[in-house]
Design a protein around this ligand. Structure first.
Ligand SMILES: Nc1nc2c(ncn2[C@@H]2O[C@H](COP(=O)(O)OP(=O)(O)OP(=O)(O)O)[C@@H](O)[C@H]2O)c(=O)[nH]1
Ligand SMILES: [Mg+2]
Length: 109
């Protein structure tokens, strides 16, 4: 979770590149539109699924389940989930993750 452009996909790319030699990694990427972030996760070496919310700032567990159904989840050691870029709406919706990571992006003086 993070605000728009805070570095969610960059952290996911870095994590994939760091672990891909030892772990099978899948990514569910949620965004308002496009498949750019899922494509970046795939290019980094993971198997990825994009969820488009059609402009909504939230997605829910049932959408996670739909995404999981398109993956052979037992093939993977680690599942990373990128939420939509928003620090308010996603807080209220559990997506089935074991851990949540928040990226805080601050301006420098
Ligand atoms: N300065 C700085 N820039 C970063 C860092 N991480 C990512 N960026 C840059 O910030 C921009 C947005 O990064 P993304 O990883 O696409 O951010 P995001 O949170 O996935 O963005 P959305 O999915 O569009 O909300 C890119 O130009 C990155 O190169 C960082 O740690 N420091
Ligand atoms: Mg992103």
């Amino acid at each position: 979770m993070a605000s728009p452009g805070a570095g969610k996909t960059s952290l996911i790319e870095w994590t994939i590149k760091s672990l891909i030699n030892d772990y099978q990694i899948a990514v569910i990427d949620g965004d308002l539109a496009s498949c750019i972030d899922a494509d970046r996760a795939s290019a980094a070496g993971a198997t990825s699924v994009q969820i488009n919310t059609g402009g909504q700032c939230i997605w829910t567990l049932s959408w996670s389940i739909m995404a999981l159904n398109s993956l052979h989840i037992s093939d993977f050691d680690l599942l990373l989930v990128e939420n939509v870029g928003n620090l308010i709406c996603p807080i209220s919706f559990q997506l089935g993750t074991h851990k949540n990571i928040l990226i805080a992006s601050c301006t420098r003086r």
